[in-house]
Design a protein around this ligand. Structure first.
Ligand SMILES: [Zn+2]
Length: 319
């Protein structure tokens, strides 16, 4: 499960830790150099004293403040030359921040700095990969060569193109998808590719099997203290439910499943369901209410072909 808030919190902490270390390192280096070079120490004291005088002068006299500024600039140049002569960079006293925009503070007036967002999205991707331990699922690694029947390939080309475009344009206005087809036809591969792109765009994504989601929601149903578990499923900006139809189905499971799907439809939050169940099988297993929600509010993509995992296995055995 991808926890967006936690990823941002950790990313901000990471950026700020770096700021703290940079300031400490710069300060230690400064003290060391000033202790070893009396002329630098004198210049440093003079620079600080000029800053103080300038602050007072700014209140009373603009011309005095301007003269003091010139004096400060000249002394600053002198110090840079002295540092260069000693073999140090003129900015050796400055902390070495990773981000020049926020100086490793992580926050700007309008929210998180891009440096935090970049780290947070990386963390979200890592979490997504932990949920599904195959990290090479992306659109580039999806091959249509396994669909050898011409009609199957044409159909899968359409599905592939649609999914790629869906990922590229993903937003909270994106439609719900029902990916229907037998095991091993690439449903997980394509939905995981969509999830990766949605995460990279900064959306919160939960990728789960129907079984794990229903277990969590059942816990919430029976134990009201664990209500926050269900909040993630209800509020994540994209929810992907893999393998619908393989879960153990009790009356409570049926009810929590309908509730989550219905709630997300009402909240206009995109959901993608992977399943090998046809419309008739969905109706038989879950009843009229759920089928009207899924087939009334979801776009169905039909997968075709022969099990890719078995084909890959056969090819590897031939080699
Ligand atoms: Zn920054």
């Amino acid at each position: 499960m991808v926890n967006k808030a936690k990823c941002f919190e950790e990313a901000l902490q990471q950026v700020r830790n770096h700021r703290h270390i940079s300031l400490e390192q710069a300060d230690a280096l400064r003290q060391d150099l000033l202790n070893r070079h009396a002329d630098l120490k004198k210049m440093e004291q003079d620079l600080i004293s000029l800053i103080k005088k300038q602050m007072i002068a700014k209140i009373s006299s603009d011309s005095l403040a301007s003269d003091l500024q010139k004096e400060y600039d000249a002394l600053h140049r002198q110090r840079s030359a002295a540092l260069t002569e000693l073999g140090y960079a003129p900015d050796v006293f400055e902390p070495k921040f990773n981000c020049q925009i926020c100086q490793d503070n992580g926050m700007l007036d309008n929210g998180y700095c891009d440096c935090v967002k970049k780290i947070a999205y990386q963390k979200m991707l890592e979490q997504l990969n932990n949920d599904l331990p195959i990290d090479d699922f992306n659109f580039d690694s999806f091959s249509l060569t396994y669909y050898d029947d011409l009609n199957d390939r044409r159909q899968m080309e359409e599905v592939f193109t649609f999914c790629k475009q869906y990922a590229k344009e993903f937003s909270l206005n994106s439609e719900n998808l029902y990916l229907m087809g037998s095991t091993g036809l690439g449903k997980t591969h394509l939905t995981f590719s969509i999830a990766k792109e949605a995460v990279a765009k900064g959306y919160s994504v939960i990728y789960c099997t129907a079984q794990s989601m229903i277990s969590d929601l059942e816990k919430e149903h029976f134990n009201h203290d664990s209500i926050s578990i269900g909040e993630n499923y209800r509020n994540s900006q994209l929810l992907i439910i893999d393998d619908l139809g393989t879960e153990f189905l009790s009356p409570v499971a049926q009810s929590v499943l309908y509730n989550i799907i219905n709630t997300r439809v009402l909240k206009h939050l995109p959901t993608i369901i992977n399943s090998n169940l046809t419309a008739t099988q969905i109706e038989e297993r879950y009843g009229q209410r759920l089928i009207s929600r899924i087939f009334g509010c979801y776009k169905t993509l039909k997968f075709a072909g022969k099990d890719i995992r078995i084909q890959k296995m056969l090819i590897s055995k031939k080699v």
